[in-house]
Design a protein. Structure first.
Lengths: 79, 132
């Protein structure tokens, strides 16, 4: 799990709480402003899912946070 | 015939805009208008700004990709109405814009479009649906 700041850790925790992830990486790419994030999630649960479905799984967990961001990059894959 | 076709498509987009003001949120008329738009056009992009004047880098990227692959596409400016903007996030189950629909199905956002364009998957898909 790669997440350093409080905000990044909160996001990673939200993801971990909702799905069993082998690895989660959250990085604030807005210079610490909490406006843009780059997120990567690797999880067994993604096996056999289309990219859209994988992303929808993650964004559902982060619904409230996302409402406050300007944007984000999400990369998901199965191990 | 090219011009008549694009006029028809513009009329359909206008139907969406008119339906927006008829109800709140995703009113049945709005949902119906969106369903119709997505089924009647091979490619529809719900974006910030218009095809001629995109108002966001990600939306612009998608417009440029579609121009590059020479595919005809409709765009809907979600900045024009909050109900549409909020409604589309529910409709697509996707929290951001742009939202690209191909052949009646949600295809993805900007990152997915870039990936598909670079891998050749987009061109393949467009080729396939052209012959339907």
């Amino acid at each position: 799990m790669t997440a350093e700041t409080e905000a990044e850790k909160n996001i990673a925790a939200k993801i971990q709480a909702g799905l069993n992830a082998q690895s989660i990486s959250v990085a604030d790419t807005s210079g610490g402003c909490g406006a843009m994030y780059s997120i990567q999630v690797v999880s067994e649960e993604f096996k056999g899912m289309s990219i859209v479905k994988q992303h929808q799984l993650v964004t559902k967990l982060l619904k409230e946070q996302i409402a406050e961001w300007h944007g984000f990059q999400l990369v998901t894959k199965a191990p | 015939m090219q011009r008549a076709g694009s006029q028809q498509q513009t009329r359909r987009s206008t139907v969406v805009v008119k339906a927006m003001f008829a109800g709140q949120g995703m009113a049945p008329q709005l949902k119906g208008a969106i369903d119709n738009l997505i089924q009647s056009n091979k490619i529809v992009v719900f974006m910030k700004g218009t095809k001629q004047f995109p108002q966001c880098g990600f939306s612009n990227t998608v417009v440029q990709i579609l121009r590059n692959v020479d595919a005809p596409f409709e765009t809907v400016n979600i900045l024009e109405n909050e109900a549409l903007r909020t409604g589309m996030k529910e409709y697509s189950q996707w929290p951001t814009f742009p939202q690209v629909y191909i052949d009646g199905e949600f295809f993805g956002g900007c990152d997915i479009m870039i990936e598909a364009y670079q891998s050749g998957e987009l061109t393949e898909l467009l080729e396939r649906i052209k012959n339907e």
